[in-house]
Each structure stands twice: as C-alpha cells, then as structure tokens.
Design a protein around this ligand. Structure first.
Ligand code: MEV
Length: 441
C-alpha cells in the first residue's frame, strides 16, 4: 500500500528513487536497475527529458514507426507515428498504398480559429453589462497589444472578443468569448496570457465605470482559459474513386465492398457504442502523429470527441457514400496543432519527425494528421467488413507474445512460418511454444 510523503519534490532524483524502491518495489535492486536501463547515457539529453516534467525518475519509451507512401494533395509524405499498439503502423502503410493507386488523399483546411474564454459572474442588469462591454472592448484589445505584437506582425492575433450571456445555463454566468489566429503555434500560452490580461482589464475597468451600479462593478472573474473545443479549427480529408476500382477483396465484389463499407460507417453514425470504437480507431492514427510531432494528444482527443458529439449524440467522425458510381470517404475533424513552440524545438525526435514531414506549417500538419486518421479508419473498417480484425492483429501480436515468452530469433522465425495459415490465439502460441521447448530440451 502506498504511504504518504512530504516534500517529495524537494528530494534529489536519487533520493526519490530510493524512496520509491524502499516503499514500492518488490525487488528493490531489480526495480532500480530497470529504471536505470531506460536512462540515457548522454547526460545532456537525459537532463533535457528530466526537465520536461516534474519528479522524473527515468524515461518511458514508446516506439517511433514510419508509414511511407502517403500521397496527399499530389505530394508524397512519409509519416512518423509514435504508438505502442501493434498493427496501427502497418495498417497506415497499407491504406496509404491502397489509396496511392487510386488517386491519393485530398485534404483542405476549413478553418483555423482558436478559442479562449474569460468566465465571470455578473450580478445586475444585463443591458448595463452590454453597454459597458461595447465601451471597454477596444481597451481590452489595447491591453493585450504587447503580448500580441509578434503574432500580429505575422498576420495573427486576437480576431474577436464577444460577450456571451450564459445566465440561462447558470445564474449570473457570462463569458468573454475570444477567438484567435495563432498561425503555426498551437498557441496555448499565447491565448492564456491574452485571456488573463483581458480578464484583469475587464475587472478593473468595471470598477471605475460610471454606467454600472456598485453591485454591477463587482464582476467576479472565475477563470480565464483556452478551450480545447475548436469547432472552427477544422480540416477535411477525403479519398474517392469509382466503385469499380475497389477491387482488392477476394470475397466481395467492388459494389458489395462499397455498400458494406458505407453501411459500417452508417452504423457508427447511428450507434454511440460503435461510434466510440470507430473513432478510437481514427485516433490511433491521429494520436500517433500528434505525439511524434510533439503536440498535445489530450487536447486533440478532447476536442475530437466533443466534435463527434456536436449534434447532441455521439457520432462517427468519418462519413462515406456512393454517388453516381463514385465511392467517397471523408473525415472532418478539429485539430489545434503547432509546428513551432512547445516541444517542437526542444525534443530532438520531434524535430526529426517534423523534418521527416518536410517541416510542415500547422495547416499542412492538420492535413497530414487528418489523413492519418482517415487512413487508419479505412484500414480498420476494411478489415472489419472482410477478414475481421483479429487475423491481421494477431499476426502482429504474435511478436509481442513471443517476446513475452523470451523466444529466440530462431524460435520467432519458426512461429511466423508455423502460423502462416493458422489461426493465432494467445493460449495456442503459449502451448506451441512450450511444446517446442519440451521437444528441444
Ligand atoms: C483497435 O485499436 C481499433 C479498432 O477497434 C477500430 C474499429 O473498430 O474501427 C479496430
């Protein structure tokens, strides 16, 4: 059982590890060795990673994989993916190849608007608040000028501040709903700095405003924070081809494949349980590239799922149809991403991932990542409506099972061959492995 500790953050790294080992490790020496194995021998690189977060005791590796052959808007891309789940990178590569032969992916930006809000309570006459806001709005913008100067020079900045009456949802609750253009930056720090300045100015201007009563002057700022729900920072990616070109599946005619595919997507639109798994598959591709490029996958996840529920019920993020003999499959997804700032210039592998992607702008990265999500979904739905997901998945998983069993390279080669035309199950692999071991003893 965990025990409480005071002043943990003040301990040195070695002291933290010693405390952890003493209180949590079954075998102290072994636990410390494992932590040590993952520490980088380059002290400078290690200290860079140590400083990303707090109370760092080691590193936690995730594999970086590569999915080549993505033809997006007639240009080839090689996509770096960071993910622990087997099959995802292989599926991306397969989908890329499939659509490379059918005209590739098309992607376009539908909007890049970021959002931040000052949440406040106002007790009084809403008309007076409206009049005060109209008067103070230029002052709010002026107050942020030093923060926004650089961004404005490059064509970005605060695009609007709106007063929103939310008192129907919660008594006395109002917002300053602010919109931003943050160009190639994700912009979280920029937005939050602007919001805090706007909030402070709003409150202090209210205190000296003649048109507000004493009670009305006392605006209570509850919080100022960006929103990860960005329904106007959206990218669309699509593939399309004549139905006849969907001719790679042995057991389905192209028309049957197209119809079944459209039906599978319709099911994800109609039924939240399926929609969540369907969208999870999309996020397999999206998160992997978001992570590789040093972006915030929690923000992307939260925003994507909110968007999937924008109609009031949770739906598929992708859509499919057949019209006039053309199969069309597309995704629309909000992606607030950055290719400058944050980890992008700090983490050497993030820098390299961006280099692999030819140093994209945030808009280009939005397109690439939306395509990665669409490709992943195509691969998953294609498997689901044809062979089923387990065939390919278990093939990939075979390696994980064999690694867990400590199989040698020879044994791995033997089992890859053994399972070529057999169904792989976890228990069967273990049984066959033990049988092979017994035979060789
Ligand atoms: C597994 O990580 C993702 C899938 O479940 C997605 C889907 O069902 O569409 C295969």
């Amino acid at each position: 059982m965990a025990i409480p500790v005071n002043g943990f953050s003040k301990l040195t790294k070695q002291e933290k590890i010693a405390w952890l080992a003493k209180n949590h490790f079954i075998n102290q020496e072994e636990g410390i060795d494992i932590l040590q194995q993952y520490v980088n021998s380059d002290a400078k690189l290690q200290s860079l990673h140590d400083e990303f977060i707090e109370n760092t005791i080691s590193n936690f590796y995730l594999p970086l994989g590569i999915a080549p052959n993505f033809l997006i808007n007639d240009k080839y891309h090689t996509i770096p993916m960071v993910i622990e789940e087997s099959s995802v990178v292989a599926a991306a590569g397969k989908a890329a190849k499939y659509w490379q032969q059918r005209g590739g992916f098309k992607a376009e930006i539908l909007g890049t608007e970021k959002i931040g809000q000052v949440h406040f309570m106002f007790y009084g006459n809403t008309e007076n608040l409206n009049r005060f806001f109209a008067e103070v709005k230029p002052t709010l913008l002026q107050a942020t000028e030093s923060i926004t100067a650089n961004m404005r020079k490059r064509g970005g900045g605060i695009t609007n501040i709106e007063l929103r009456d939310k008192s129907n949802e919660l008594a006395n609750y109002f917002q300053l709903h602010c919109t931003f253009e943050t160009l190639d930056a994700m912009g979280a720090n920029f937005i939050n700095s602007c919001l805090e300045t706007i909030a402070k100015t709003f409150k202090s201007e209210a205190q000296t405003c003649d048109m507000l009563s004493a009670e009305e002057k006392d605006i209570e700022i509850v919080m100022s924070i960006l929103s990860n729900y960005v329904p106007n920072c959206v990218v669309k990616a699509e593939v399309s081809c004549p139905v006849d070109a969907l001719n790679e599946d042995k057991n389905l005619s192209p028309q049957e494949f197209a119809d079944k595919f459209v039906r599978a997507v319709a099911i994800a639109n109609a039924e939240p349980h399926r929609a969540v798994t369907h969208n999870k598959g999309i996020m397999n591709g999206i998160d992997a590239v978001v992570l590789a490029t040093g972006n915030d996958f929690r923000a992307i996840e939260a925003g994507a799922h909110a968007y999937a529920a924008k109609s009031g019920s949770y739906k598929s993020l992708t859509h499919a149809k057949v019209e006039d003999g053309i199969f069309k499959f597309w995704i629309e997804i909000p992606l607030a991403l950055g290719t400058v700032g944050g980890l992008t210039s700090l983490h050497p592998l993030v820098k390299l991932s961006l280099e692999i992607l030819n140093r994209p702008s945030a808009k280009e990265l939005m397109q690439i990542i939306a395509v990665a999500g669409l490709a992943q979904n195509f691969a998953a739905v294609r498997s689901l409506i044809t062979d089923g997901i387990q065939k390919g998945h278990m093939k990939m998983h075979l390696m994980n099972i064999l690694n867990q069993l400590g199989a040698t390279a020879e044994e791995k080669a033997y089992f890859i061959d053994y399972y070529k035309n057999k169904t792989i199950t976890h228990s069967d692999v273990i049984n066959q492995f033990n049988a092979l071991k017994a035979k060789n003893v």
